[in-house]
Design a protein around this ligand. Structure first.
Ligand code: KG4
Ligand code: ZN
Length: 340
């Protein structure tokens, strides 16, 4: 008898319609992502109504492709995992409805997964030796969380952003210097041509909570710098602005993240989320982890940005723990990590 656990995972919380089949929690058999970025570019950011409509158009096709690519049918699947929050409500509802429909039609168990739990779990795909406990920094367009991963599915948030998420800051600064949406990858690329020490932007500290983050002051400081250059008629070196801004973000992430690893007595550290695909950020963490004797883990870029494979991994660990959702499962746009 075949005891393999095959999870069909669905993700539609923002602007990626994605489905994946994951075997035994760590082996990705397929990872299909339909990115809507080209559609939203026109508007300089994700338009929720457009995202929902596109998800509806694409969801069945993406799920079928994920099954075909994995060379399985629904009969081979053990359970269905789906992101049910946090995210855009209309977007989430498309994935949740599809997962519920398949569960109802086939009788397969249904498991609602937290999007951030998915991002963290992306680290398990290519790092077979990684197991909790460890510290994980989640940096995406909507979240900046420093999390102690105590066990599979068990988290303690020890730091979070007080205002903008790291990815949001990248996107807003990119817009201000005329790079367009999504800003993160564009700043990443342009920074390679700039001097990260050309302009000193502030590294914000949050007095009461040493592991919290704040990026809105940094964003304002960049905007003020651009305005003052304009008023003085000085030409802006966009590559220097991008590189200096990026360094200000990375410095704070590295310091808070690795101080927390040491303070809590861990030796392993992971990053996750869209911003974790930033090349300079990865280099900075690799260097500082080596210096401090900390083992550094990160997913490949394709598993950093939104995908369904990470939901399949998280769904697997929830499945073996016995977590089940029923057909009353609903989208929860502001779902907290660790909440059910
Ligand atoms: O994880 P993700 O795909 O979606 C959310 O859950 O938010 O993250 C998207 C965010 C966007 O803000 C995007 O600009 C940022 O990740 N991002 C990057 C890079 N690639 C994506 N930020 C910095 N450098 C990158 N290479
Ligand atoms: Zn995400």
């Amino acid at each position: 008898m075949n005891n393999d656990v095959l999870i069909l995972a669905i993700e539609s919380s923002c602007d990626e319609t994605a489905a994946s089949v994951v075997k035994n929690g760590r082996e990705v058999l397929s990872n299909v992502i339909f990115s809507q970025i080209e559609l939203h570019k026109l508007y300089g950011g994700v338009v929720p109504e457009i995202a929902s409509r596109k998800h509806i158009e694409k969801i069945n096709q993406v799920i079928e492709e994920a099954l075909t690519e994995a060379k399985v049918t629904l009969q081979d699947i053990t359970a269905i995992a789906v992101t049910y929050g946090p995210g855009l409500v209309g977007a989430l509802l498309v994935g949740v409805s599809a997962a519920k429909a398949i569960s109802f039609a086939t009788g397969l168990p249904l498991i609602g997964v937290h999007h951030i739990e998915g991002h963290i779990s992306a680290n398990f795909i290519e790092n077979k030796e990684l197991e909790p406990p460890f510290v994980c920094l989640v940096v995406s367009g909507g979240h900046t969380h420093l999390v102690v991963v105590k066990d599979y599915g068990e988290y303690e948030i020890i730091g979070r952003t007080r205002d903008d998420a790291a990815g949001e800051a990248f996107d807003k600064v990119a817009r201000a210097i005329g790079l367009g949406y999504p800003g993160g990858p564009k700043i990443d690329k342009l920074s390679r041509e700039g001097n990260p020490n050309a302009i000193h932007f502030p590294r914000a500290k949050v007095e009461e909570s040493v592991y919290d983050f704040s990026f809105s002051g940094l964003k304002s400081s960049v905007l003020n710098y651009l305005n003052s250059c304009e008023m003085k008629g000085e030409e802006v070196n966009r590559a220097d602005v991008a590189a200096s801004f990026q360094k200000a973000v990375i410095d704070v992430l590295v310091e808070h993240g690795l101080d927390a690893v040491e303070k809590y007595g861990f030796h392993e550290f992971a990053i996750a989320g869209g911003v974790a695909s930033n090349s300079s950020l990865r280099e900075a963490f690799a260097k500082e982890c080596e210096k401090r004797g900390i083992r550094f883990y990160h997913p490949s870029p394709i598993y950093c940005t939104d995908n369904a494979a990470m939901i399949g991994v998280a769904g697997y660990y929830e499945y073996i723990k016995g977590t089940r959702s029923d057909l009353t499962l609903n989208a929860v746009p502001n779902l907290k990590l660790g909440e059910r």
